[in-house]
Design a protein around this ligand. Structure first.
Ligand code: HGY
Ligand code: MN
Ligand code: MN
Length: 411
């Protein structure tokens, strides 16, 4: 495939939501997100694909078969569509590729099949799932979790962003109806398989002969909001022994998370913190931090969390502060469909098979439909930061691989 073809479509989308840092601000239901949605609709229409916005803020572009395939007798409840796609939203100042690469590649893969005169006998759909990163409302994969009924719609409507705007308010301001949020079994039943192409988030493919890998599993992971409550006071006049400084307990907690993860064999990160009153010359009254922890299996993840909790609570006792831990999202281990994975890896000439520590809508959907992922080489390994990258050659190879998979499954 001509890399120019990839670059042309990529360059259309790339300016939307790009910040001065070179990273992206594409929070769900923001102006930038709405521009991405308009772009998606225009791409669908240009290709004669049927555009559809579901009740949960997810978008679809459907290439319907001229003649429906005979239903699979083993799975008569399935409409059998082959869905691909990913998400537009980014973490604050995240990279360009995480999410959008899967959507741009999907449109280009359809172009390839259409120009080859392919005739799908199962519908091919392109999806753009909403709020995959949880960058605005805190719950990752919100669109796919709502669709599959993992998240309660009342709880979702009440989620707030950092400015206090609820999801319901943000949706209404963007012209969407939050009252319709919730499980969507009819739409889900039409999907026979989901294949998400994604930028690699690591360096396993650097130096490999293959620019594309197939996913095996997603590590179990979760996010916890941790509040450290003490007593706000004067930074100059309060004697050290009289202080109840939650910043000390917080600082200990950051190090404890790292240590527990290292000892158990997982990862743990505190990447976000808010202090109140956040004044240079006042001892903080409260610190809120968010813990992200992931591990190869659930026992290890549990070990990290229980170690973290007991060490931090013990420290809080010594600091005269109080710690509370609230789960915000928890995702069990995902093992992708073995036969789909093996079929795709063989189709791609023995592509490497890799696990990932990153969460994806594909992980959420995998509890309902056979699901697979393709990873496109990222030589820096960087993700969720502006340094995330892939060469145009590798992105074009990703499109060719995705087109081959769609042809194999749907044509
Ligand atoms: O945070 C994650 O793992 C994903 O990129 N949403
Ligand atoms: Mn991400
Ligand atoms: Mn992603």
């Amino acid at each position: 495939m001509d890399t120019g073809e990839f670059r042309r479509l990529w360059n259309e989308l790339a300016p939307i939501g790009r910040a001065d840092t070179g990273g992206y601000l594409r929070f769900s239901w923001s102006e930038a997100d709405l521009d991405c949605r308009l772009w998606f609709r225009a791409q669908a229409e240009q290709r004669g694909l049927r555009f559809e916005a579901d009740r949960n803020g997810n978008l679809f572009a459907w290439w319907d078969p001229v003649k429906e395939a005979v239903q699979d007798p083993d799975r008569p409840h399935r409409g059998g569509a082959v869905l691909t796609g990913s998400h537009f939203d980014s973490v604050p100042h995240g990279g360009a590729y995480d999410g959008p690469l899967g959507i741009v590649s999907a449109f280009l893969a359809v172009d390839r099949l259409q120009s080859d005169g392919a005739q799908p006998h199962r519908a091919i759909g392109i999806a753009a799932f909403t709020e995959e990163e949880g960058g605005r409302f805190g719950v990752p994969c919100l669109g796919s979790r709502l669709m599959t009924g993992v998240v309660d719609p009342d709880k979702a409507r009440a989620l707030t962003d950092s400015g206090g705007t609820t999801l319901a308010e943000a949706m209404r301001a963007a012209g969407a109806d939050p009252d319709l949020l919730g499980r969507d079994p009819q739409r889900l039943e039409r999907i026979g398989a989901f294949v998400e192409l994604h930028i690699e988030q690591g360096r396993a493919l650097d130096g490999s002969e293959s620019p594309v890998a197939v996913a095996s599993a997603i590590w179990p992971h979760g996010r916890w909001r941790v509040t450290f409550t003490g007593e706000a006071d004067h930074a100059g006049t309060t004697r050290l022994p009289d202080r109840h400084d939650p910043m000390l307990t917080f600082a200990f907690a950051v190090l404890a998370a790292r240590k527990e993860a290292r000892l158990a064999g997982g990862v743990a990160t505190v990447g976000r913190v808010e202090a109140e009153p956040n004044a240079t010359n006042a001892i903080a009254g409260r610190v809120t931090a968010w813990l992200d922890a992931r591990a190869p299996d659930e026992a290890v993840l549990g070990e990290i969390l229980s170690g973290f909790e007991s060490k931090v609570k013990e420290r809080a006792g010594r600091d005269g502060t109080m710690v509370e831990i609230f789960p915000e999202s928890e995702t069990p281990i995902v093992e992708f469909d073995g036969s789909l994975r093996d079929r795709i890896a063989a189709l791609l000439g023995g592509a490497p098979v890799l696990p990932t520590g990153a969460g994806h809508d594909a992980g959420v959907l995998s509890a309902h439909v056979p699901t697979a992922m393709l990873f496109v080489r990222n030589p820096t390994g960087v993700s969720h930061a502006p340094g995330e990258s892939a060469s145009d050659e590798d992105c074009a190879a990703g499109v060719v691989a995705l087109a081959a998979v769609l042809r194999e499954l749907a044509c």
